[in-house]
Design a protein around this ligand. Structure first.
Ligand code: FES
Length: 302
């Protein structure tokens, strides 16, 4: 974890604040476009936010948070109670939405989904790779960073307030692109669905706010053997691995608890996990908040 001080809080759109977080004791860990951090809030909640500042700035991170009326306490705390000067802990940056090399990029942002795409756009153009950004939001007043985008990227950015202009047909954006172009999309589920209809899966990279609804086989009980401590933890059918570990006195870090952020990643030494996350677990890893086991026993590096 890294200690930071909240250096600035700015209202950057209706219901959206941006925070500038300054390292409390020197430079912060480096990051790449698409990365996010876990922010441990004083109300005991941990939330994930994409970094949307300048990757070259090692003194500060910038994040932006939309107030969610259905907030489980994260955005509400930040909007109502967090003040400048407050010290917090944040994780090292983690990146499940990295910018892969391509001859051209199309970035599709919906609302607060602009946050990971803003540094991607900056990085693409800094490398002289053609890139354009289509940014949708209900109205200009609800869309953060529009002025910054216009001044930095000019006519490479198309800002679409959908209440006035309607939603563009994403299918019309594909034909002019290089055949190797990659499309990065971050926004609400409806936008991701439209992007999936408009672009082949091999060209689309998407980051979700929430998991896709999917059906899984009924939960079964399994054992988690903790290789470092020699303990074995029973994971009943009505508990997640994350919960069972916490109940056994071996809690692991967690954020979203929905299989989208990666905070609860564990190393699997033996056994076959049943992956239920939306990240795409690398070989030998699993996400304890949602994933379970196909084998009767998993051996974990804990
Ligand atoms: S807590 Fe976010 S993936 Fe498990």
């Amino acid at each position: 974890m890294q200690q930071i001080i909240v250096d600035r809080i700015d209202q950057v759109a209706e219901d959206v604040v941006s925070l500038v977080l300054r390292g409390a004791s020197g430079p912060l860990a480096p990051w790449e476009p698409g990365a996010h951090i876990d922010v441990a809030l004083p109300n005991w909640l941990t939330r994930q936010y994409s970094l949307c500042g300048d990757t070259a700035d090692r003194e500060t991170y910038r994040i932006a948070i939309r107030y969610d009326p259905l907030s489980r306490g994260g955005s509400e705390y930040i909007h109502r109670f967090l003040r400048r000067g407050r010290g917090l802990e944040v994780s090292l940056p983690r990146n499940h939405f990295a910018l892969e090399p391509a001859p051209e990029y199309l970035f599709l942002a919906g609302g607060i989904g602009i946050t990971p795409l803003l540094p991607m756009m900056r990085a693409a153009l800094a490398s002289a790779v053609p890139a354009s950004l289509v940014y949708l939001g209900r109205s200009l007043a609800t869309m953060p960073f529009t002025e910054e985008l216009r001044s930095s990227f000019g006519d490479r950015v198309r800002i679409v307030p959908t209440k006035q202009q309607g939603r563009p047909d994403l299918g019309t954006l594909g034909p002019g692109l290089d055949s190797g172009a990659l499309v990065y999309c971050c926004g609400p589920a409806s936008m991701l669905a439209a992007a999936q209809d408009a672009f082949p899966a091999g060209r689309l990279r998407a980051e979700r706010f929430h998991p896709v609804a999917r059906a899984f086989a009924p939960n079964t009980e399994f054992e988690a053997a903790l290789a470092r401590s020699g303990r074995t933890v029973r994971v009943p059918a009505d508990e997640s691995l994350l919960e069972a570990l916490a109940h056994a006195g071996r809690p692991v870090q967690a954020g979203c608890r929905e299989g989208v952020c990666g905070s609860c990643e564990l190393t699997v030494l033996d056994g076959e996990p049943e992956h239920r996350d939306d990240i795409g677990a690398p070989a030998g890893r699993m996400y304890a908040c949602v994933s379970r086991a196909r084998s009767a026993r998993l051996v974990l590096d804990l």
